[in-house]
Design a protein around this ligand. Structure first.
Ligand code: SF4
Ligand code: SF4
Ligand code: FES
Length: 896
């Protein structure tokens, strides 16, 4: 709050300071004075629709010459407006007087409530909002004891109707505040709700073909101030006061939205967002909200399993299973050596699990063959780049606006990291430049101030061309970084590249690149987001793309500066943590270079590493990379630790049941490198145990001199000592101080799933660029020419509702789940005689799949866009499990 903007107003005579222009209701709220609201919401544009916030307003009178008029005592004369004013749409000015606690205002509030209740069904005893309903609370506080309107006045609608299969609408309860409509229009950019009809018959309708077509629909139920909007997931499941609200972190994507698990009787009744203005504000996507059913899925593993000679699993006790695993691994190591053992840990495991996984492999088994990058290209160097020039600690994407530029490279955040879309949209609405560099149309094009529509394969060339154009604009390139090793080599390499050639390879015009370069070179804050598509598409040039991004951030001097830096849009919720904990063959925890460099995931899963035994935790390579099946089948020994008997687990010799995120505590690290705590809300099913516990028990069978870890907190304490970047982080200080957000200090303004107090906001670790003398070198790998493909290049597209291990257990989302399809350009469709809906066949290396074709806007000729992980393993075999950009043959299918 800048001091020169502060003005003083008087509410019932009490002086209150707030920035000029603040709505009266917000200034009052900040001073602890309640003015009731319904349609007002601090995250939405004021509309003044409900008239709940009426107050008496006066301003100091002025003479014709502009002097303050003073009374006989020398005090300003106050000129009162003739009628009551809406406090939500009236901005404060210096010396304004507001009267709240006077009969006229209290009468108005009583009258508004009486009016709003004229047609309200008063079915509070069966309404899911009961107990957290602003209408109920404000009626108790300010409403009339009796209504002059009786039953015959009430207008009846059919009782709740589905707005979609996720959201129900009770039109009788609606008070026409339009919060839901404004949320969809302003925040989500999904203008799919509207009012229909007028007068008392006015009601909310969905206007999209797929009903309520938005990935953020659940948020409307949070901010609806009555029980008009409720979720299918929570309707009639529990009364809100019965819930045990446990702070947690969403396990689905790397945004790391803060959530509250509403637990009752050992079950998750609902998931709601927990306010964290640095991460998700008060929002979350529907995947996070409704995708929790895997936790209580009936097919969860509940006991260790050992495969017998007959190939059948039998149940085992923990001691039996762990002894067996230790003996078999010891036998392999004794005969083949430690390098015959490899480990894969998934990026959905917690930091505590990943740390002990690395410790088990490197210190106990003696093998550096560890990796987690099952859904991310290997060898790009982006893990290290994030540690060097990642988004600076204490950054807040929520604060980006005028003066900031966000460069989005090969991203599709609405599908892959949805709340990111809300943040980018907010930044653009606050004045930031958004440069969208993509090869196909994505939702964030709606937010783009600049676009770079490069051709598939030309991603790296596009970024290098951009870098050259930016450098040409800088007076003192690399200013603060001029002593960085490698800088001169980078400049020399760039000098040798012709901009004309780069543009031709990237398929871009000089004008587009120059305009984007200007937005970058002149930016006060620069955030670069890199999506998987950029790296996959760039192929052999992906490493150069990363080199160029690091050079861009250092050349502009933005590396290490607040609200600037690189954000890698990782595939899993804790991929960043997996990097930090050193689940990599070449780096130790904290990005220290490893002396013993192991086999990477490609070498392990293709068989090139020659492994005899593997330990796989929280990953399903057979599903993600079907070609790995034969390699895993040929191992002498395979252990899988997971929630479910996955396709990989079915091949295992031993299966160990793990606890889900809601059943244990731990930490995840978001893509902003924010380390965040989550807490245990439920007991694990059967004998399932947290991953860290299983690993610690196993290590004890090898006589490892490990301390006794009895809690996840014990492991975190060791991480804080051993991992440089996590220094001094403790569960206590990750909680931080409880904050009462000014935006939510009053639950009538908003409901966010928590009471007004909140904490557990996490901490971002510092990147190398923030050090006084940063120690990293710029790297450069030569660019290779983009070759024309013989066939169609596949762009593997992440879809929010795929068929993955966790999300497919939420049957509520079945109707929205992405189906197999092949999206091609209109030119190719015409050439091949394919129409929308025709079945086409994709063929690659003996694998073939058929799916309906769709002609997509903005798809390049010679390219097919194919959703990843939406069907069985054959489909994944074709799309390379989302890793490679394969080339396929496209033929007309059976019915085309
Ligand atoms: S459904 Fe709820 S949020 Fe939407 S207009 Fe009605 S009361 Fe307001
Ligand atoms: S954006 Fe990501 S972290 Fe947030 S709720 Fe959705 S899936 Fe979860
Ligand atoms: S008119 Fe002010 S809150 Fe509705």
């Amino acid at each position: 709050m800048s001091e020169q903007n502060l003005v003083t107003i008087y509410i019932d005579g009490q002086p209150v300071q707030a920035p000029a222009g603040t709505p009266i209701v917000e200034a009052a709220k900040a001073a602890g004075i309640e003015i009731p609201v319904f349609c007002h919401h601090s995250k939405l544009t004021p509309v003044g629709m409900c008239r709940m916030c009426l107050v008496r307003v006066g301003t100091p009178a002025r003479t014709r010459t502009g002097e303050l008029e003073l009374d006989e005592n020398g005090n300003p004369v106050i000129r009162w407006f003739p009628r009551l004013m809406t406090g939500c749409t009236t901005p404060i000015t210096e010396g304004m007087h507001v009267e709240v606690n006077i009969p006229e205002v209290q009468d108005a509030w009583r009258g508004t409530l009486e009016f709003l209740l004229t047609s309200h069904p008063l079915d509070c005893p069966v309404c899911d909002k009961g107990g957290e309903c602003p209408l109920q609370d404000l009626t108790f506080a300010y409403g009339p004891d009796l209504s002059r309107f009786y039953k015959p006045y009430k207008l009846h609608f059919e009782k709740p109707i589905p707005l979609s299969e996720l959201i129900w609408l009770d039109r009788e309860r609606c008070i026409y505040c339009s919060r839901c409509i404004r949320f969809c229009d302003e925040i989500a950019n999904d203008p799919v709700l509207d009012f229909a009809d007028r007068g008392r018959g006015q009601h909310i309708v969905s206007v999209s073909d797929v009903p309520f077509d938005s990935y953020f629909s659940g948020n409307t139920t949070d901010i609806c101030p009555v029980g008009a909007l409720t979720t299918e997931d929570f309707r009639f499941k529990a009364r809100v006061w019965e819930l045990n609200n446990v702070p947690s972190v969403c396990p689905h994507c790397p945004v790391g939205c803060n959530i509250v698990i509403g637990e009752r009787a050992g079950d998750i009744k609902r998931i709601m967002p927990r306010q964290n203005e640095w991460v998700n504000e008060i929002w979350m996507c529907d995947k996070g909200r409704f995708g929790h059913h895997f936790v209580r899925a009936e097919d969860r593993l509940t006991t260790p399993l050992i495969k017998g000679e007959d190939g059948q699993f039998r149940e085992a006790t923990w001691p039996e299973a762990l002894d067996y695993v230790a003996n078999r691994l010891s036998a392999v190591i004794a005969t083949e050596g430690p390098l015959a053992v490899g480990g894969i840990a998934g990026g959905r495991a917690a930091n505590e699990d990943l740390y002990l996984f690395v410790k088990l492999f490197r210190d106990v088994l003696g093998s550096p063959n560890i990796d987690h990058r099952i859904a991310w290209p290997v060898g790009t160097g982006i893990e290290q780049a994030v540690a060097e020039v990642g988004l600076t600690s204490e950054s807040n994407l929520n604060a980006l606006g005028k003066g900031a530029t966000i460069l989005m490279l090969g991203t599709d955040v609405n599908e892959a990291q949805p709340v990111t879309y809300l943040r980018v949209r907010k930044a653009r609405r606050s004045g930031a430049h958004v440069v969208v560099a993509q090869a196909r149309r994505v939702k964030e094009h709606a937010e783009a101030t600049h676009t770079l529509d490069y051709r598939v394969g030309g991603e790296a060339h596009a970024v290098v061309a951009l870098l050259k154009a930016v450098l040409a604009r800088l007076d003192e390139p690399f200013g603060a970084y001029k002593k960085l090793d490698g800088k001169d080599d980078v400049l020399a390499a760039l000098e040798a590249l012709s901009q004309e050639d780069l543009l031709a390879q990237a398929g871009l015009t000089a004008e587009a690149v120059e305009a984007a370069a200007e937005a970058i070179a002149s930016a006060e804050h620069l955030v670069v987001m890199v999506g998987r598509e950029a790296l996959v598409g760039a192929g052999v040039n992906a490493t150069t793309l990363v080199d160029a991004v690091v050079a861009l951030l250092t050349a502009t001097g933005k590396a290490g500066q607040p609200n600037s830096g690189l954000v890698a849009l990782w595939p899993h919720n804790n991929t960043q943590g997996a990097n930090d904990m050193g689940v990599l063959p070449h780096l130790l925890p904290g990005y220290e270079p490893a002396e013993a460099i192991g086999a990477d995931i490609d070498a392990m899963l293709t068989g090139a590493a020659g492994l005899k035994a593997m330990y796989i935790m929280a990953a399903d390579p057979v599903r993600d990379r079907p070609s790995s099946r034969a390699v895993l089948e040929n191992l002498d020994f395979l252990v899988v630790q997971d929630l479910f008997l996955t396709e990989t687990a079915q091949l295992a010799d031993v299966v160990l049941p793990a606890a889900a995120f809601a059943e244990r505590d731990g930490t995840y690290t978001s893509y902003e490198r924010r380390v965040q705590r989550f807490d245990e809300a439920l007991e694990p099913p059967g004998d399932a145990m947290p991953d860290w516990w299983i690993l610690a028990q196993l290590a004890s069978r090898f006589d490892a001199a490990w301390p006794l870890y009895t809690l996840a907190d014990d492991v975190m304490q060791e991480i804080a000592k051993q991992v440089k970047r996590y220094k001094k982080m403790t569960y206590d200080n990750l909680e931080g101080e409880p904050v009462v957000w000014s935006t939510t200090a009053d639950r009538h303004h908003i409901y966010t799933g928590t009471a007004t107090l909140n904490s557990w906001f996490g901490r971002q670790w510092e990147v190398e660029a923030e050090a006084r003398r940063p120690k990293f070198a710029l790297r450069w790998h030569d660019l290779q020419a983009v070759e024309d493909a013989e066939g169609f290049r596949v762009v593997p597209q992440t879809r929010l509702y795929d068929n993955g291990t966790l999300i497919r257990r939420s049957t509520l989302l079945d109707q929205r789940r992405a189906r197999p399809e092949v999206v091609l350009s209109a030119a190719d469709a015409e050439r091949l005689g394919v129409q929308d809906g025709d079945v086409v066949r994709l063929v690659r290396d003996g694998v073939q799949v058929e799916a309906p074709a769709r002609i997509g806007k903005g798809v390049q000729p010679g390219v097919v866009v194919v959703p990843v992980d939406v069907d069985g393993t054959e489909w994944n075999a074709l799309t390379g499990g989302g890793l490679e950009a394969p080339v396929v043959r496209l033929e007309k299918g059976a019915q085309a």
